[in-house]
Design a protein around this ligand. Structure first.
Ligand code: GMT
Length: 376
C-alpha cells in the first residue's frame, strides 16, 4: 500500500508512534509518505520505502497567525495526487483530521477517492479537543473519518463522553519495538551510569516534554523523600515549559546535587538502560508511551492511575499506581521497589514480561487490518 502519514514531528508520543509505525510498515514493503512541518525526530535512517514531505506555510504580513492547516491540506492533496496514495493515516486530531477531510473533498474533484484513518492520541480529546473553540470541528472530523482508532480503552471512553460520536472506535494500543531496548544496544553506557551514580546509587528517571500535565513537581517531591532513605539519583530528560520551575524546586528542596537534567535526548533507550525505576505521575495520560518504553527496558514504573495508565502499568506487578498527586503513596511504593535488591530484580523482570503484550509484531497487523477495511 502507499500510505500518507500525517504527524507532529516533535518529541511527543503521537509523533513517535506515527514514525515508528511508518518505519515498521516500510520494512514490511509498504510505501510510506510522512507529511509534517519538520523531519520527524525518530526518522533518522534512510529507507528506500520512506519519503518525507515538508509542509511550508506561506508567510504574509497580513496574517497574525499563519494558516498552517491550509498549507497542510494543500500538501496532502499534492502528495496524494503525485505519489498515487492509497490512503491517509493522520495522528492527533488537531488539525490533522480536519485537514485530511478537506483534502479528501478536494481530491474528489480530481476523481480520486482516498480514505483516511484518524488515530486519537490524548489531549486532542481530553484537554484541547473538547474546548469549545475546537469541539465542533473535532466531532465532525471524527464522524467523517473512514476509520477511527484510539490508543487505549480509557481514551475511547473519554471520546464517547466528550463528543457525540456516530462512528465505531477501535482500540489499538501503542506498541514498542523490543530490539531497540535490549542491553546489547546500550553497551558502553555503564561508564555513563558510573558518572551519574558513582557510589552505586539507584537511578530514577523520567522522560517527557515537560508540560504541566506531567506533574514533574511531584517527581521531585517524591525523590526528595526517597533519596533521604535510599541513596539515589534523579535523571530528567526532555524540555518544555515546566523546566524552569523544576530547577527552582530542586533548589528549594535542596536536591540539586542529586538531580541531572539532560534536556532533549534522541534516544530514550540509552537513559532507560541505566535506570532502576521510571516515574510518570501525570494528571491525565491516555496511554503513557514513555512508561511502556521503560517496561520494555526492564524498568518498573511508579505512575498515577490517570487515564490509560492502569492498562499499561500493572499495580503491584510491573510497578505501582497512585492517585494523582498522592506523593506519600508514591514514596511508599517507590521504597517497596528500591529498598531491596531482590524485589527490584523481580519488578524489573515483571516489567519486561508485561511489556511483551505490546510487541510491535502483535500490534502492526491490527493497523494493516484497518487499512484493508477502509480500502475494501
Ligand atoms: O496528547 C498529548 O498530550 C500529546 C501526545 C503526544 O504527542 O505526545 O501524547 C499522547 O499520545 C501518546 C501516544 O499515543 C500517549 O502515550 C500519551 O499518553 C498521550 N498524552 C496524554 O494523554 C497527556
Amino acid at each position: 500500500m502507499k500510505i500518507g502519514i500525517v504527524l507532529y514531528p516533535t518529541f511527543g508520543g503521537s509523533g513517535v508512534v506515527a514514525t515508528e509505525l511508518g518505519k515498521a510498515l516500510a520494512r514490511k514493503g509498504h510505501e510510506i509518505h510522512f507529511i509534517s512541518y519538520n523531519q520527524p525526530v525518530r526518522l533518522n535512517n534512510f529507507h528506500p520505502n520512506i519519503r518525507y514531505h515538508e509542509v511550508r506555510p506561506f508567510h504574509y504580513p497580513l496574517f497574525d497567525y499563519q494558516p498552517y492547516e491550509l498549507a497542510l491540506t494543500s500538501k496532502i492533496v499534492d502528495v496524494a495526487r503525485y505519489e498515487n496514495l492509497d490512503l491517509l493515516h493522520v495522528h492527533y486530531a488537531i488539525p490533522h483530521a480536519s485537514a485530511a477531510y478537506f483534502a479528501q473533498q478536494i481530491l474528489k474533484t480530481h476523481d480520486l477517492d482516498i480514505p483516511f484513518v484518524t488515530t486519537l492520541h490524548g489531549t486532542d480529546i481530553t484537554l484541547v479537543g473538547k474546548h469549545p473553540s475546537f469541539e465542533p470541528v473535532i466531532t465532525f472530523s471524527i464522524n467523517n473519518s473512514n476509520a477511527v482508532t484510539v490508543v487505549s480503552e480509557s481514551l475511547k471512553n473519554d471520546t464517547l463522553t466528550h463528543f457525540r460520536i456516530k462512528k465505531d472506535i477501535k482500540v489499538i494500543p501503542n506498541f514498542v519495538e523490543h530490539s531497540m531496548y535490549t542491553k546489547e544496544n546500550s553497551k558502553g553506557l555503564e561508564r555513563k551510569k558510573v558518572e551519574i551514580a558513582p557510589n552505586g546509587e539507584k537511578i530514577i528517571s523520567h522522560i517527557s516534554n515537560f508540560r504541566r500535565v506531567k506533574r514533574i513537581e511531584d517527581i521531585v517531591r517524591v525523590f526528595a523523600k526517597v533519596s533521604a532513605k535510599v541513596p539515589s539519583k534523579l535523571v530528567l530528560a526532555g524540555d518544555g515549559p515546566e523546566r524552569y520551575k523544576i530547577e527552582q524546586l530542586c533548589g528549594e528542596l535542596k536536591v540539586c546535587h542529586n538531580v541531572e537534567m539532560l534536556g532533549n535526548v534522541q534516544s530514550s533507550a540509552d537513559l532507560l538502560s541505566i535506570s532502576d525505576l521510571f516515574m510518570l505521575p501525570s494528571e491525565t495520560e491516555s496511554f503513557g508511551l514513555a512508561a511502556l518504553e521503560a517496561l520494555a527496558s526492564g524498568v518498573p514504573v511508579i505512575s498515577s492511575n490517570a487515564g490509560g495508565l492502569p492498562e499499561v502499568n500493572k499495580h503491584g506487578y510491573s510497578g505501582f499506581l497512585s492517585e494523582v498527586g498522592d506523593i506519600e503513596d508514591m514514596v511508599t511504593n517507590t521504597l517497596k521497589i528500591l529498598s531491596n535488591d531482590e524485589d527490584l530484580a523481580q519488578f524489573k523482570q515483571n516489567a519486561y514480561d508485561h511489556s511483551l503484550n505490546y510487541q510491535l509484531d502483535k500490534i502492526l497487523p491490527e493497523y494493516e487490518k484497518v487499512y484493508e477495511e477502509v480500502l475494501a
